[in-house]
Structure formats: C-alpha cells, structure tokens
Design a protein around this ligand. Structure first.
Ligand code: ADP
Ligand code: ZN
Length: 733
C-alpha cells in the first residue's frame, strides 16, 4: 500500500516525494488508526486524506466548515481527474439528483459537506446504504470551544462517528495550541499516540518588521517589487482600507478592497477578481482570508498592527502556500501601539490583562533583535533550534556592528532610579535630553543630576535604547501603567560589572535577492514565466477556475527553469500528473517550445528529480554533446529484458514517466518486445480490458483523452497508459 500511495502522489498529484509527516499520516490512516494531523497552512494536509480516499474501496466523507473551501478543493480534485463532489443546500434539484446517482454508483471517491448537511436525515439515509471507509474532519479546531473558530455543529460529529463505526477518522487542523488538540482528540475519540504535529515554521516566508515611516511609499515600493504578483495588505479599519485603496489606485496599482462594510456582491466580486489574478492586490481588514486557498500569494503587508501573534501568524500564513518564497512585511509604529492601548483601556479589567499580554508578546516580536522565528515559534510552544534562519530581517542584518552603549544605558537606568521608577520611557528621555516640558518642570526633574546629560543620542535613538534594555531584561514595564522598573541585571550594569551592547544603527532595507529562499526558488527565466502565466490565465478563464487550479506558480517556475519540451519532461515538473498533462500539456509545451526556439535555449535535463543542480540555460549547440536521450536508454533496457520496476528505480522515475519514455521509444523506434508486463500491472477485469483495447482501436491511440471520455472518465489515466502500450506492442499502430 505504501507503494500505491507514492504512485498516486506522483501520477495523480504530480509530486515527486512526500513532505515530512505526509507519509506517516497516510500510513496510519490506511492502517485504520484514527489520526490527528496538525500542520501549518500550506503544509500539505489535503493529500493526507485524499490519497487514502483513492486507495480505500469505499467512500471518504470530508467535513469542512466553509462552502468556498470545499468548492475550491473539489475543483482542484476535478482538475486532477479525481471524482469528488460537494453536497449542499445550494444545489439545484437536478444537480442534487445527479450527485446522488454518482455517489450511489460508487463513481465518487470523496464527498464534501458541511456538518449541517451531514446532520440532515436524508443525508444520513443516503449514507447508511453506502460503504464509508473514511471520515475526514477538516478544520477540526472548529470542534473546540478553545479554538478561535468554534462551531457548535462540529460538536455533533462525535455522534456521527457512531453512525459509521467501520470508518477510520482523520482530523486535520492548522491550529497549534495543545488545549485545542486535546479537545479534538477527546471529542472524536482519537487514541493516544495517533497524532502527528508538524513544525509551525513556514520556511519559505521571509519575515520583516520595518518602522512605519512613510507607509504609502513603503507600500508602493513593495507592490512595485512584486510586479504582477499577488499580495494582501491588511489594515485595521474600513476607513484605512478605503483610503489606502484609493491612493494605490491613483498611483496606478491594480487593487481592490475588502471589508465588512462593503455590499455582499462587491465583496464577492473583489475576492473573485483577486483569486483569478484579475487584480494584483487586495487591501483588506481581517475579515478577508477565511476560506481563501489561493496558493500564489507572494506578499502579505501589515499596514497596521495585527491583533496578536496568532492572527499575525494566520494572516502571513496566506502567503506562499505553493512552497515558493513569499515576503511578509509588518509596518510597526509606536503611534499604532498607543492606539491599541487606548482601545484596550476601554475594555473591562479582566479583558485588559489578556489584551495587554497579547500586545506585549507582539511588541516583543517586533522589537526583537534575535531571529524573528524565535519569538514567533516560541508563542506556539516550539523552540527554534537553528542559530539563524537567514530568512528574516534580523538574521540578514546581523552584520550591523555591535555598539557598546554601557554609558548611555547607565545614564538611562540611573535617571529611572532617581525618579523613583515611576515613569515611562518618554519622560525619562525628556529629562536626559534636558527638555523643558511641563511635566519635567512641575516635577522639578530639571533639578536632578541626570537632567540634560543625554544629548549624545537623538530622541529616537534613546527610544530604541530603552526598548533594547527591555529586550535584554534590564528593565521591565508595568503592564498597567507603563512605568519602568529596574531588574537585578540593571544593578550590575549600574555598578559597572556588566557591559551593554546593542545594534543602534537603522536597519538597512533588505535587498530583494537576499529575501528569496534559496531552497525553494530556482533561478528561472522571468520572460518565459510571464508567457506561461498568460497561457495559464486564458485556460483558467475558459474553464472558469482560478489560475492556480490549472498549475501552481511553482510549476510555472520549474517550467521556466528547465524548459521541458516533451511530454516526458513536462511530467517531471512539480504538480504535473497524467490528467493535467493530457489537459494542458500541449498548450504549455507550445509556449515553451516557441520561446526556446526564438531564444536558442535547450531543455535542461534532470537526471534525478531531487538531486538537480541548475546552471544557466544551455544553448542548442551543447545539446549535440549530450548522451543518448533518456527514452532511448529506457527503451533499450526494456528490450534487454529488464523489468519495469528495475528500470523505474534505476532512473528514479515516476511510473507514468517511465511509461511515457517507453511510449516515445515505441513511436520512434517501433520495436518494443511483445511483453505482458503492461497487462500484469493493470488492475482492470479481463472484460473491461478487452473493451479498452477495442476503444483504442476505434479511437486511435495517439491521445488518451478520447478513450478516457468513452469510459466516462471511469478508467484512470494510469490504466490507459498501460493498456495503450500493450495495445501498441501487440497490435501495432
Ligand atoms: P494545507 O491544506 O495544509 O494548507 P495544501 O494541502 O493546500 O495545504 O497544500 C499546500 C500546497 O502544497 C498545495 O499547492 C499542494 O498541492 C502542495 N503539496 C502538497 N503536498 C506536496 C508534496 N508532497 N510535494 C509538493 N507539493 C505538495
Ligand atoms: Zn531569522
């Protein structure tokens, strides 16, 4: 079964290998162990239940809270040639009947529905007559009152488990808190060791916090840097959203807005335009994002303060779901903190404490001089163990020199001491800088020995210093009043027993190249990428699906890096499986071939999908020097009597890539032996086999699609691939 899972990952989904945890989770489910899977957004939760669903003989039910999420999943599955459907109240009678008959006949492998639908008597009646092998609970945190998105309907899922005692249950969520995890396990009765918790580190996100100096210019800079790439900008108020949208519009950016104050239609239209790449940027309040599966969001900008670390994490999580690098920038200002503090002060006392804790954790994240992943992951109970991530502003600016600030630090601390540790930093700085402010005069702080001794630093440098002293644990800030207190560390600094070093200089801007993730991003041809993007857009519009459903950005990046010019090489691209190859392959190959001819670029051959090193594109001159084409080598091995498995593992090929090589060899050389190897691999009944062979005879064997249609998509492409080869070697063409 393990082989089967990998085969499906490669042939249906078009991926080379499992990501961490996917394989273990799938095995656990296939072994009928109830499972909890906790993975961050974009971690790849879907295949964890979709692959078992394709292996189990019966039906897999998928429970999800949002229609938009389900619709998106179903359309992605359909694009992969997988039979999936959505059952909900908005279906017309005819659609409903049609779905029912496909379910009853066993054509549908995955059936999505909201918990409400599952509770309906007619749904229960329908399902009890069927074999349900797996019950998938997506967004499982909705079951817990401790989660951020509790849904009472989810509670009843505990009951549903009893209705399908034979079905294995898999619960998936991206919410990390242990409390919620425990709740899910208790309610769904998932036993002890069957939980898989992946790291919450999103290793393709670049994290940057910048001082909010000229936010409009900073925003325009970011949009310009990510020309034609999708981005989300979060603001804290509807008014701010409207204002910023207008300014960006006036500056020629392709933007639309999203907030709860807009009419339903406008919101829907703007969201759809964003998802379909009709507009580049969406400016939104936090109302935007739930149920958005768009995989090619390249940047998220926090124009204002996020609510807390958890929502910040959730919002930046909408970037880079395709695994390519994405940029997250947070414009941080002390003015914004004051606003948040004001809102907090309006709350009742018990809420104020929690809100202050959240705010302080967020400020700590923004002000840290350590790798930003340390405080971020710490918040989720994870220890970041690498020394540097090299994907955050702090890690990249560590070459800023350390400055010894022991003397100004002593001045600051002693001024705090002399004023009784009763004031915040603003007042202490006023004293140090010799201000004649009303408060200074009234309190007679101009009489202190520390008055006016701090002119060597600017006001903002003093603020930065005081923040660093908090970071370093020399002083603590009273949560309620904001006054600063000395700690025992401060005392040893005051006594001259300890030095203080900080990086005072302004942070440089991060050069664009530095923030690209070396691991996940290839060096690719931008011009070709744009051509492929246009091709993808027109196909997507024709089929009325979002572009990322056709191919992810990652697939296009790989195409623009390797220049595949045959079906076999196209299959090597991430996310290209048999169905997508058949559906879209020709269109993309045409674009690539035209481009390569015009620019004298040759394909770059990948020997093993995982161990590729890329150089700059080679020109056709070098092509002649290369060894025999892969399909010839593979074909010859087969002619020499090697088994399909042996060849597959020797060259590290996906199974359908192997078949494509053999097909090409047969078409060019026409001399594969009359072997039964292909039929032995087929799982069809002898009766169906005969009919498929007949269909090739009648429809020709050049393309698989016509035959796929003859059998109303019920015979998989993998099978068709096999049988076509059998047909060609035995009956010739
Ligand atoms: P989640 O539901 O956890 O947010 P998804 O299941 O939507 O994540 O997967 C995120 C992205 O990663 C999708 O584009 C998906 O196709 C891709 N993906 C999943 N598994 C793999 C894999 N093994 N190799 C390459 N890409 C993968
Ligand atoms: Zn870092």
């Amino acid at each position: 079964m393990a082989d089967r899972a990998l085969q499906i990952l490669q042939n249906v989904f078009g991926y080379d290998e499992f990501r961490s945890y996917q394989q273990a989770i799938i095995h656990n489910v296939l072994n009928h162990n109830d499972t909890l899977a906790v993975m961050p957004t974009g971690g790849g939760k879907s295949v964890c239940y979709q692959i078992p669903a394709l292996i189990f003989p019966g039906l897999t039910l998928v429970i999800s809270p949002l229609i938009s999420l389900m619709e998106d999943q179903v359309s992605q599955l359909k694009a992969l040639g997988v039979q999936a459907a959505l059952l909900n109240s908005t279906l017309t009678r005819a659609e409903y009947q049609n779905t029912l008959s496909m379910i009853s006949s066993g054509t549908i492998k995955l059936l999505y529905m909201a918990p409400e639908t599952l509770m309906l008597d007619r749904t229960r009646d329908l399902l009890t007559s069927l074999r349900v092998d797996c019950l998938t609970i997506d967004e499982a945190h909705c079951i817990s009152e401790w989660g951020h998105d509790f849904r009472p309907e989810y509670r009843q899922l505990a009951e549903v488990r009893k209705t399908f005692p034979e079905a294995v249950c898999i619960a998936l969520t991206a919410t990390a808190t242990p409390r919620v995890q425990q709740d899910i396990k208790n309610i769904l009765m998932i036993a002890g060791p069957n939980e898989f918790i992946a790291s919450f580190d999103r290793t393709n996100l670049f994290l940057q916090v910048s001082e909010k100096k000229n936010p409009v210019a900073q925003t325009l800079g970011l949009i310009d840097r990510f020309k034609n790439r999708s981005g989300i900008i979060y603001c804290n108020s509807r008014k701010q959203v409207d204002e910023l949208t207008q300014i960006l519009n006036e500056n020629g950016c392709s933007v639309a807005s999203y907030h709860a104050g807009l009419s339903n239609e406008i919101r829907k239209a703007n969201q759809a335009a964003f998802i379909r790449d009709d507009i580049q940027v969406i400016v939104a309040t936090i109302a935007f994002g739930m149920g958005i599966n768009k995989s090619n969001v390249r940047f998220v900008l926090h124009y204002d303060m996020p609510q807390n670390i958890e929502s910040y994490y959730q919002q930046i999580g909408r970037a880079g779901r395709d695994g390519l690098s994405a940029h997250c920038q947070f414009l941080f200002s002390y003015g914004d903190i004051q606003k948040v503090k004001f809102f907090i002060s309006q709350k009742v006392a018990s809420e104020q404490r929690v809100a202050n804790l959240h705010l302080n954790a967020l400020i700590g994240f923004a002000e840290t001089e350590m790798c930003r992943r340390v405080p971020l992951l710490h918040y989720f109970g994870e220890k970041y163990s690498a020394e540097k991530c090299n994907l955050c502003d702090n890690c990249l600016s560590e070459d800023r020199p350390l400055i010894d600030v022991t003397v100004p630090a002593q001045k600051f601390l002693s001024c705090m001491y002399r004023t009784g540790q009763m004031f915040g930093s603003a007042h202490v700085i006023d004293i140090l800088r010799g201000s004649k402010s009303k408060k200074v005069i009234e309190k007679r702080h101009d009489q202190l020995s520390t008055y006016g001794i701090g002119s060597e630093l600017s006001k903002s440098q003093w603020i930065q210093l005081s923040r660093s002293l908090i970071q370093k644990g020399l002083i603590v800030q009273d949560q309620e009043f904001g006054s600063l207190k000395l700690t025992h560390v401060a005392r040893s600094v005051l006594k001259g027993e300890q030095q203080v070093e900080i990086r005072l200089a302004e942070k440089r801007d991060i050069p664009e190249k530095a923030s690209a993730n070396k691991q996940s991003d290839l060096d690719y041809n931008r011009e070709l990428f744009e051509h492929l993007r246009a091709c993808r857009k027109s196909l997507a519009d024709r089929e009325n699906v979002p572009p990322y459903v056709v191919f992810s950005d990652k697939a296009l990046v790989e195409m623009s890096a390797y220049f595949p010019q045959s079906q076999e090489s196209l299959l090597q691209i991430n996310g290209v499986g048999s169905v997508k190859l058949d559906r879209y392959g020709d269109a993309f190959l045409q674009v690539i071939t035209d481009f390569c001819q015009a620019h004298q670029i040759a394909e770059i051959v990948r020997h093993s999908p995982t161990s590729t090193t890329l150089n700059s594109p080679r020109t056709t001159g070098e092509r002649a020097n290369r060894a025999k084409p892969r399909h010839v080598v593979v074909g010859e091995k087969f002619c020499q009597g090697q088994s399909l498995e042996a060849i597959q593992s020797e060259f590290n090929l996906k199974f359908n890539t192997l078949l494509s090589h053999l097909h090409k060899y047969q078409m060019e050389e026409g001399r594969l032996p009359k072997s039964d190897a292909f039929l032995l691999k087929s799982k069809l009944s002898p009766e169906l086999l005969k009919r498929v062979v007949q269909a090739f005879r009648e429809n020709g064997a050049e393309r698989l699609r016509p035959v796929f249609k003859v059998f109303q998509e019920a015979v998989s492409y993998d099978e068709l691939h096999l049988i076509r080869l059998h047909y060609l070697v035995h009956h010739g063409a």
